[in-house]
Design a protein around this ligand. Structure first.
Ligand code: 5GP
Ligand code: MN
Ligand code: MN
Length: 459
């Protein structure tokens, strides 16, 4: 396989195996040959063979191996002749990030970080299998799955204005709860408003630097400001939807999937019965995830109100595991596409993009650009990306050292599990500053603000 340099930050695999379109990887010359890229590029090659793929199979600078499609992968399929694949969305449907801003400066809360974290930890269930102490009825669950954050606002979990600041206003219209299994609904019924484990987090951050004063001001961001970030998804419900439809596709679309180069790329024609049913269920799970983050965000908003008498504003909530029906211009022609972004975010012009780094490094607020529309269907990276797997992390790092280095950086941390702290150490992720620099140099998003963590709650 030849990887050729298209330009300074874009690499291309022109033809290999049965690829229908080229593979493009957005990164620099230092990282393109690294191990985690190698596996991920092979996956992008496989994705490039799938029916109806348009323009290219894209890797963002944070790519690494994932189920079927790599994490950090973007692929769009023609809505008429193309496919939809659960592996291109991920098991944690609508895993995503939201950021909320306050009017507080760090100096005003620096003596209260422990108190804030303890309250967050006590009021929001975190960790493996975290549950709420109320169980929603099937009827109520279906309302949530169909109506998304509108349900939350009607039930006093938030302000009406929050809806403007969530991707798709927190409600994807193609959702249909009738295609979500009883088992998935049962799993979600006592998980609404829970963080989950591992990579998911709630973080109190300071705006360390603003890069574009005018844009920062437009979004009410200033240096020294306290903000908080929530990273979570659709919990067991989304996982069950993915599991269910992988099985349904296996049982019913054997012939159709005969030629796929990797069985994890199992898919359905988007326009087929099974394709449409998965799309409806996946979007219902996405709505559940929006509500999940909305409830947690609202609880933390109330904690800040209680402790400091301030309101918090939802700046943005963005998804990074989803397949969306969008119109894009391809070679001068407008087309309906089903854009899979797995571990990748949308980055439409003037839309907020959120790139978390790790519990011990920076995170970024960016803005999408016009240029991103002409590269990878208006997409950007979703994080720094893993370099060390969980097992490798446990072999190479130890709990005490990770905690000490957090202490040295003056970052407080509460976690349910010692393992999480090791598996999520800053060292397991790439350097977020260089990922974001690459993003900006390619031109798919521009930096607005850099954030530093002061307190983290991990699952
Ligand atoms: P994923 O959704 O792929 O698991 O994670 C998205 C990104 O979040 C990761 O690539 C990583 O850069 C970032 N991340 C993981 N844990 C933390 C954390 O505790 N704090 C922050 N700020 N970022 C994190
Ligand atoms: Mn997730
Ligand atoms: Mn995620």
């Amino acid at each position: 396989m030849d990887i050729i340099r298209e330009n300074k930050y874009m690499w291309k695999v022109e033809k290999f195996k049965n690829m229908k379109v080229p593979v493009y990887v957005l990164t620099d010359s230092q990282t393109i040959r690294s191990q985690e890229y190698h596996e991920a590029i092979m996956q992008l090659v496989n994705v490039a063979t799938l029916p109806g793929i348009v323009k290219g199979s894209f890797g963002m600078p944070d790519i690494h191996w994932g189920y079927g499609f790599p994490i950090g992968g973007v692929a769009a399929f023609d809505a008429d002749s193309g496919i939809i694949s659960p592996g291109g969305v991920g098991f944690d449907i609508n895993c995503g990030v939201r950021i909320m801003t306050t009017s507080l400066e760090f100096s005003e809360i620096k003596d209260y970080i422990d108190e804030i974290l303890t309250r967050v930890y006590n009021e929001i269930p975190v960790g493996v299998g975290s549950r709420t102490n109320f169980k929603l009825s099937v009827k109520e669950m279906k309302k949530i799955l169909n109506n998304g954050v509108y349900w939350a606002i009607n039930n006093n979990y938030g302000l009406a204005e929050d809806l403007y600041n969530i991707e798709d206003s927190g409600k994807i219209k193609y959702a249909d709860a009738d295609f979500v299994s009883d088992e998935a609904i049962k799993r979600g019924a006592d998980e609404l408003g829970t963080l989950g484990s591992g990579n998911h987090f709630i973080e109190i951050q300071i705006v360390e630097k603003v890069f574009e004063k005018e844009n920062a001001e437009r979004y009410g961001l200033f240096e020294g400001q306290i903000v908080y970030m929530i990273h979570s998804g659709s919990r067991g419900l989304g996982h069950q939807v993915a599991t269910d439809y992988i099985k349904i596709f296996r049982d019913n679309l054997k012939d159709w999937n005969k030629k796929i180069p990797d069985k994890q790329l199992i898919n359905a024609p988007f326009k087929s019965k099974y394709g449409q049913e998965y799309f409806s269920a996946m979007n219902a799970a996405a709505n559940f995830a929006f509500v999940n983050r909305q409830i947690m965000g609202h609880k933390i908003r109330n904690i800040f109100k209680d402790l400091f008498d301030v309101e918090s504003k939802l700046l943005y909530d963005i998804t990074h595991n989803i397949a969306k029906l969008e119109k894009h211009n391809v070679d001068g022609e407008e087309k309906d596409l089903i854009v899979h972004r797995k571990g990748a975010t949308r980055a439409f012009p003037d839309q907020i993009v959120l790139i978390p780094g790790s519990m011990g490094s920076s995170s970024y607020i960016l803005l999408g650009t016009e240029k991103s529309m002409s590269i990878a269907f208006g997409s950007s990276a979703h994080g720094a990306g893993r370099v060390l797997g969980r097992r490798q992390a446990k072999r190479r790092l130890n709990y005490k050292n990770v905690l000490n280095s957090m202490k040295e950086k003056k970052i407080k941390i509460i976690s349910k599990s010692k393992n999480t702290i090791v598996e999520e150490a800053p060292e397991v992720y790439k350097d977020v500053d260089s990922v974001v620099d690459i993003i900006e140099k390619i031109g798919i998003s521009r930096k607005i603000a850099k954030l530093t963590p002061v307190g983290v709650v991990k699952g």
